[in-house]
Write a protein that binds this ligand. Structure first.
Ligand code: GLU
Length: 436
């Protein structure tokens, strides 16, 4: 490419942006990185009534968490003078005019600034959708500003893209119908037309438009649920693009190498939450014990935060996202909090006819455990395995596991013993025996 590539992400801070908006940011960022170009972040906050500082902060926080670094930052509201000068210029050159209006509703203006539509065909080549032709006649003389100091989106987006030297406008398909207006304004102010790439919409699994109600969350909400930034990037990259191979997991570096804007699909991309969970699980598997501990900490029951070392590998295997952790402590890991009261019949292995063997084997287990010095799961296992092999694995290990956990579903009994420690294990075995 001869001139330096400059892309931008131009969000409007009028609400919490969802994952679809950040997919746009990702594609723009990747394209800039691939071309050693620049990535501009422009907050489009000209709609004063709807723009809120907290939403802008959320955008910055989200981009920062994802690790996207912009080279330049602009806030449209701080560029009012520039926008005004362009309105004046357009009026002076006859491309726009002050138009007297008949207000229809309260709040309507008696005067706005309209663009003088040359009523012609505009054609552009979209990098994703190919040639697009549009007859602008049907747009009429569209409004470009509500007053000299209140430009609307169409004007500011064109002026700012021009002033910021944007070479590639990568944005959602919902803007495709705006592009003919933008091209007319570009021609009027003498700006080159950037290359356009309109990204496919993101759809809910039922193919309706993705919305918050359909499960799309803000990036920070995914963070709070315990999804990793690597996951979000990987997942978003595959919303509308695929490498044409079987590869499904991509680091940012791999995406910079592999991503290809021209291979982005035209049809809507389906948002599949199950896939998101799968990707996150894969990234969780890749975490070191230390990284995992750090991330898991705040999701653990408070009393276990300092002594969760042995539980962590177990947790790591079971979750898709960190917010799955609390529920684990109500189910499979509830043994860490104690044993619920249970009926003695629960201790009986399903192939036993009564509780005679159960009692005998539990006594054997207790005896072995009492004699153990080293209480690692390996050591507990090697002490008990011969009995289990001789008497039957289920027959010996089911009552032990039940005694230690008080539940049908729990980790294996050696892990239980290790995590509970010798004293607590003995206590729970004795408690079980006292029922028999
Ligand atoms: N501010 C616009 C939006 O949030 C984006 C405009 C553009 O990318 O051209 O939809």
């Amino acid at each position: 490419m001869s001139s330096k590539v400059v892309t931008r992400f131009a969000p409007s801070p009028t609400g919490l942006l969802h994952v679809g908006n950040y997919r746009t940011a990702l594609f723009s960022y990747l394209f800039a990185l691939q071309n050693r170009g620049k990535f501009v972040l422009r907050i489009e906050d000209t709609d004063k009534a709807r723009s809120k500082k907290e939403y802008e902060e959320n955008i910055l926080e989200s981009l920062n968490w994802l690790g996207f670094k912009h080279d330049e930052f602009f806030r449209q509201s701080e560029r009012a003078d520039i926008h005004k000068s362009y309105i004046e210029k357009l009026i002076k050159s006859g491309h726009a005019y002050v138009s007297k209006e008949t207000p229809k509703e309260e709040g309507d203006r008696a005067e706005v600034i309209r663009f003088k539509n040359p009523n012609k065909k505009v054609k552009f080549n979209d990098l994703i959708r190919g040639d697009i032709e549009f007859d602008t006649t049907e747009l009429g003389d569209f409004v470009i500003a509500k007053s000299m100091t209140e430009p609307v989106f169409h004007l500011v987006v064109v002026v700012d893209d021009f002033e910021m030297g944007i070479t590639h406008v990568i944005r959602g398909e919902d803007h495709i119908s705006n592009t003919p207006r933008h091209i007319l304004i570009q021609e009027a102010i003498g700006a080159p037309t950037p290359l356009y790439a309109h990204l496919p919409l993101i759809l809910a699994p039922d193919r309706s438009k993705l919305s918050k109600r359909k499960g799309a969350l803000a990036i920070t909400e995914y963070r709070e649920k315990g999804y990793l930034p690597e996951t979000m990037i990987n997942f978003m990259a595959l919303l509308g693009w695929n490498p044409g191979t079987d590869q499904e997991l991509f680091t940012m570096d791999e995406l910079v190498k592999t991503f290809d804007l021209s291979k982005v699909q035209k049809s809507g991309a389906i948002f599949n939450e199950e896939k998101l969970g799968w990707v996150n699980k894969k990234y969780i598997e890749k975490m070191t014990a230390e990284e995992f501990r750090e991330e898991a900490k705040s999701f653990l029951p408070e009393n276990l935060r300092e002594k969760s070392e042995k539980l962590l590998p177990l947790i790591k295997e079971k979750i898709n996202k960190f917010s799955d952790i609390p529920e684990l402590f109500n189910t499979e890991l509830s043994f860490t909090k104690g044993v619920p009261d249970y009926a003695k019949e629960s201790l009986k292995w399903r192939q036993e006819k009564d509780l005679v063997n159960t009692k005998e084997y539990l006594n054997l287990v207790l005896e072995k455990i009492l004699a153990l010095e080293d209480f690692s799961k390996e050591s507990v296992k090697s002490a008990l395995w011969p009995i289990a092999e001789e008497k039957g694995k289920g027959a010996v290990l089911w009552p032990m596991r039940y005694a230690l956990s008080g539940r049908d579903q729990s980790p294996d009994p050696f892990i239980l013993a290790e995590i509970l420690g010798k004293d607590e294990s003995i206590k729970r075995l004795k408690n079980a025996l006292s029922k028999l």
